[in-house]
Ligand binder design. Sequence first.
Ligand code: 5GP
Ligand code: ZN
Length: 119
Amino acid sequence: MAEQHAEGCLFCGIATGAIPSTRVYEDEKVIGFRDINPGAPTHVLIIPRTHIAGINTPEAEDSAILSALVHAAKQIAQREGIAESGYRLVWNVGPDAGQSVFHLHLHLLGGRKLAWPPG
Ligand code: 5GP
Ligand code: ZN
C-alpha cells in the first residue's frame, strides 16, 4: 500500500489536519469525523489516513484498512449511543450512488429511523 496523500484531496487534508473537522475517533489507520451536511443526528465519515480512491480500488493488502474502518464504526456507534437503537453503514461507489469525494469513506448514520430502500 502506498503511504501517501493525494494532491488536492479534501479528505487527505482532513486526515492530516490541514483542513479542520470535528473528529470523533482516531486510531493508527483511520479517523472518524462529523459530516459537514449531516443526514441524521449521527452522521460520521470514517476514512483511512492514507489515500484510497474508493471501494473499487483497495488492493488485497488494504484489507486491514477495510476492517479497521468497520471496527471504528462499531466503536463510534457505541460512543454515540446508537449501537442498540441501530445505525447504517454506507459506501457510495461511483456516479449512480452519488459518490462525490474520491477518498474512501464509510458513512455511519443513526439516531433516527432510517428509511429502506434509500432514495
Ligand atoms: P459521498 O457523497 O462521496 O459518499 O460523501 C461525501 C460526504 O462528505 C458528504 O456527505 C458531504 O456532506 C461530506 N463532506 C463534503 N465536504 C466536507 C467537508 O469539508 N467536511 C466534512 N466534515 N464533510 C464533508
Ligand atoms: Zn485522499
